[in-house]
Write a protein that binds this ligand. Structure first.
Ligand code: NAG
Ligand code: NAG
Ligand code: NAG
Length: 435
């Protein structure tokens, strides 16, 4: 081989290796990798789980607190949910995206949360944060925001003094068992090739509890402080994501911001806005089928209620779909009619059975106004590591949460493109192999 050929060979080799490396940076566009926290590409580098069921059970064990937290996101200012004593679990959210903050950009892996508005990151000097923090000092585009500014009035848990000027500060609870205090600041936010200048976010200075995402959180909720609102015309109130399979250790999904690259033809259901919980994405769930049987459920148990906040939301931060008790029981009771028992409980899943009976298991269909979503088996069943038991992967809304709210969670959304077309008040759902 002459020199040029050798060079070419190595260039090709490098690009092939890069193409095969699922953790390589994305090309410059608005399509961002959505990295599962337990995946190989996660910067948090958790050990590869030996049992997916145990992993999911472990993740889902935080769901009760999550659902309670979601139900607390009501329009008026709330007092923080009390912090469970001594709990220091590592709960860093389920999916993270790579962003850069400041000038020059500082890399952070932020948790994607469709039910929160504000973004926040741990800042240097923070008490209780992990080692990776954003350093405002080294950013030339950083600015502080004070209590008199209109943005400041938008954050939950404001702790500004009644009089005088001071930095806009707030305290929030997160995940049901943790809280933090932060200052509202602004700086450039870079997502893939897009820069959003003067992005207002919380700069965390104190964390207590173990649930606050260690490199921050990117709020994709509906409120005025969310990414969609602050990016204005850039993303024209549209985004979508595709969450990779829970088991895809090596792969990532994608977040697409803005109109470009969104599916042109996709079935949609109306996106509802609930003034009682204005950050959350409500949809109109009209029923559930198990196999061909539409489970009996009084329509008022599914009804959307703008006063009480009852209804169904779609959320990127809850692991296992939760149904209000009567709906859950109706689904479970129909399911067990089709599958050979005996049934046992594993973690939050009470309908586990011998996996040899799996061939008979009926498909679960979620009926939304205008579209139905028939879940593939991998989105409705989970298996023990040895493969001997399978479990129906849905659960009831925890007893202590008086939310009357169904939560369509991420296990059921894997390998679907979920389009949040806020501009046209609709939610699109389409099968897609994200990985
Ligand atoms: C950052 O700024 C603070 C306050 O202005 C100062 O005390 C600190 O030493 C600075 N840190 C660095 C790393 O420059
Ligand atoms: C916010 O948190 C800080 C420290 O955790 C605490 O000192 C302060 O009292 C809290 N403020 C409010 C308004 O809760
Ligand atoms: C939900 O869909 C049902 C059936 O199409 C409809 O009757 C009901 O009005 C819808 N609810 C809302 C809040 O749009």
């Amino acid at each position: 081989m002459d020199f040029t050929a050798t060079l070419l060979f190595f260039a090709l080799l490098i690009s092939t290796v890069r193409a095969l490396d699922p953790c390589a940076s994305q090309p410059d566009n608005s399509d961002l990798s959505v990295i599962p926290i337990y995946g190989k590409c996660s910067p948090f580098n958790p050990p590869k789980p030996d049992s997916w069921l145990n992993t999911v059970i472990n993740m889902a064990s935080k769901d009760s607190a999550r659902v309670k937290y979601l139900s607390s996101l009501v329009a008026q200012k709330t007092t923080p949910v009390p912090i469970a004593s001594g709990q220091q679990v590592l709960n860093i959210g389920n999916y993270v995206v790579r962003v850069k903050i400041g000038t020059p950009g500082q890399l952070m892996f932020m948790v994607l949360d469709t039910s929160n508005d504000v973004a926040w990151v741990p800042c240097s000097g923070c008490t209780g944060c992990s080692a990776t923090t954003f350093s405002p000092n080294t950013s030339s585009s950083y600015g502080s925001l004070d209590c008199s500014l209109p943005q400041c009035a938008q954050v939950r848990g404001l702790s500004c003094p009644d009089t005088g000027t001071s930095a806009c500060s707030f305290n929030q609870s997160y995940g049901g068992d943790s809280s933090f205090s932060a200052y509202l600041v602004q700086d450039s936010l870079r997502l893939a090739n897009d820069v959003i200048p003067n992005y207002a976010f919380g700069c965390i200075n104190t964390i207590s509890g173990g649930s606050v995402p260690s490199q921050g959180l990117l709020g994709l909720g509906r409120g005025p402080m969310s990414l969609l609102s602050q990016s204005g015309a850039l993303y024209s109130n549209v985004f979508s994501y595709c969450l990779p399979s829970f088991k895809s250790y090596y792969f990532s999904g994608s977040l697409k911001l803005g109109q470009v690259g969104q599916p042109k033809t996709i079935r949609t259901t109306p996106l509802l806005k609930n003034p009682h919980r204005p950050s959350l994405y409500y949809v109109n769930l009209t029923g559930v089928s198990v196999g061909r049987v539409r489970v009996p459920i009084a329509p008022e148990l599914l009804a959307f209620n703008p006063n009480s906040g009852a209804g169904t939301i779609i959320d990127s931060g809850t692991v296992v779909t939760r149904f209000v008790q009567p709906l859950y029981e109706a689904i479970r009771d129909e399911f067990v009619k089709h599958v050979k028992g005996p049934f046992s409980r594993i973690g939050v899943f009470e309908t586990c059975f011998d996996a040899t009976a799996e061939a008979e298991t009926p498909l679960i269909t979620l009926h939304f106004e205008g579209l139905s979503m028939t879940l593939p088996m991998e989105n409705s069943l989970l298996h023990t590591s040895a493969g001997s038991r399978a479990c129906l992967a849905i659960a009831p809304v925890p007893n202590n949460v008086n939310a009357a709210m169904n939560v369509i969670a991420n296990l059921q959304q894997q390998n679907y493109r979920i389009l949040f077309d806020v501009a046209n008040s609709r939610l699109g759902i389409a099968r897609e192999a994200c990985n």
